[in-house]
Design a protein around this ligand. Structure first.
Ligand SMILES: [Zn+2]
Length: 160
């Protein structure tokens, strides 16, 4: 666990990244760092518009960098500091990465006040598929299930 001083330092770095790269015109005002054993192992900032990537949110970018640097697909033993409470995609990424803890600065309501509103997406995710505004339909389940069965029997897979 970081000391309080460390936590403030890491969060200030996340906020600094949000400001610097927002001012440089690279994307929205969001920054994040991943920390392991008191060291920053990944840094990210929003690059959605500059990299033509709707998934390039600060947290996802920081998680990708940390995983590359550490040569792993899971970040157990790491914590993430993000300048804003994560959207559902990033929250999912934090869970998938198995991060130990999430720290955030701005809240969802602060983001909504500057037109980055995640509330609708949080609501959508909680709805049953047929009630979501995104039309979705199941197709060719049997053919896709063949692949799942093959995975289940695959002797040399890397489970995660
Ligand atoms: Zn996000």
């Amino acid at each position: 666990m970081p000391t309080d001083e460390d936590s403030l330092r890491f969060m200030r770095r996340a906020i600094e990244l949000s400001r610097v790269h927002m001012e440089a015109g690279e994307g929205g005002p969001f920054g994040a760092v991943v920390v392991k054993d008191g060291q920053i192992v990944g840094e990210g900032w929003n690059r959605v518009t500059s990299s033509h990537d709707p998934t390039a949110h600060a947290e996802v970018v920081a998680i990708r960098q940390a995983c590359q640097r550490l040569g792993t697909f899971q970040l157990r033993g790491c914590e993430i500091y993000t300048s804003c409470e994560p959207c559902p995609m990033c929250l999912g990424a934090v869970y998938w990465a198995r991060l130990d803890r999430l720290w955030y600065a701005n809240g969802r309501e602060d983001a909504a006040a500057i037109q980055f509103d995640d509330e609708w997406l949080y609501r959508e995710v909680a709805l049953p598929a047929e009630a979501r505004r995104l039309p979705s339909r199941q197709l060719l389940r049997d053919e896709a299930l063949d692949v799942f069965r093959a995975w289940a029997k695959k002797p040399d897979k890397t489970p995660y």
